[in-house]
Write a protein that binds this ligand. Sequence first.
Ligand SMILES: NC(=O)c1ccc[n+]([C@@H]2O[C@H](COP(=O)([O-])OP(=O)(O)OC[C@H]3O[C@@H](n4cnc5c(N)ncnc54)[C@H](OP(=O)(O)O)[C@@H]3O)[C@@H](O)[C@H]2O)c1
Length: 344
Amino acid sequence: MHYKLAFIGFGNVARSLARLLLRKQNVLKTKYDITFSVTGIATGRHGFAANPAGLDLLGCIEKVETGQSISPESRIPISDSLSVIQNSSADVMFENSPVNTATGQPAIDHVRAALEAGMHVSTANKGTVVHGYRELSALAKSKNKKFYFESTVLGGAPVFSVFRNAFPAADLLSFQGVLNSTTNIILSRMERGETFDQAVKYCQSIGIAETDPTNDVDGWDAAIKVAALVTVLMDTPFTPQQVDRKGIREITPEMIAQAKVEGRRYKLVCSAERVGSQIKARVAPELLPPSSPLYAMQDSTSGLSFCTDVLGDYSIMESEREGMTPGPEPTAYGLFADFINLVS
Ligand SMILES: NC(=O)c1ccc[n+]([C@@H]2O[C@H](COP(=O)([O-])OP(=O)(O)OC[C@H]3O[C@@H](n4cnc5c(N)ncnc54)[C@H](OP(=O)(O)O)[C@@H]3O)[C@@H](O)[C@H]2O)c1
């Protein structure tokens, strides 16, 4: 079966997905009978292109990466993301524009338009989940389409699909995890003797922390992930603002050194639990003993432990292979896995 794909947002994650799709072309064909062409691409500053007959994907990647516009590739002149969706005739749309923590826009409009036009959607954009999950899921259902977002939490490691497929009718009672790589790398490097500023600079040098690291350091990225997990897996609409949130700025090298002497370490712990009819959710640094399942999650390792009404504790952990540097590839894999699951 042939699928036409539209990319709304063509940054690090989307281009990594495009490369993965090209690399896995053979297995898609032989094992899943899937072939694809890319028929729409929208960016912020690098133009817009749509052609139902197919765009030159490698050419578009090269243009964006050399600072050129992809607009000359378009069959007709278009100048916004919604027009790309409408003119792409795509079967699947990938939404990977920048996250808007406050409203989820314009990504929610992109997802809505794609579903209305009869496309499946996969996104790594957390804003669409915390601000639009119920509406977009209902819209997808009414159109007999799917809205998946595996990459929004824990990169490409399966979380939502595990609950969707392997935990039928289970109640999630609580979860606890390490969800933000930047803060975890900072705390791990401070434990090895670096200052906070040196560790932040390292994270910036490998491209995982922004110039202004507030979003990570003050716990906002972790809070939006907690809100996404509560919204979907505990079926309770929840915003990042409802998460009791504290970042890692107050953790000093002295506190970390003292914890090390005691055989303990600080982690930015993300948690939520059902208390009666309420959900209590929290992001805060905690001093953990070696017996905690989160203690061993150093550097860019992240993971979650879940407590359900049907099993004991269940954990998912993702760490990089030896020699692998942190980057968008695991997130791209989550979108790739969504693609196969959406159309299977
Ligand atoms: N990076 C990761 O490892 C990671 C992990 C999990 C989730 N995510 C999420 O994945 C999404 C993409 O992240 P990224 O790292 O790929 O970001 P990025 O490199 O900054 O790319 C963002 C892309 O969106 C485009 N864009 C900006 N405004 C747009 C608009 N209004 N409509 C359509 N496209 C627009 C940008 O175009 P220009 O470059 O031309 O401005 C760029 O192509 C974000 O929501 C992020 O939170 C990322």
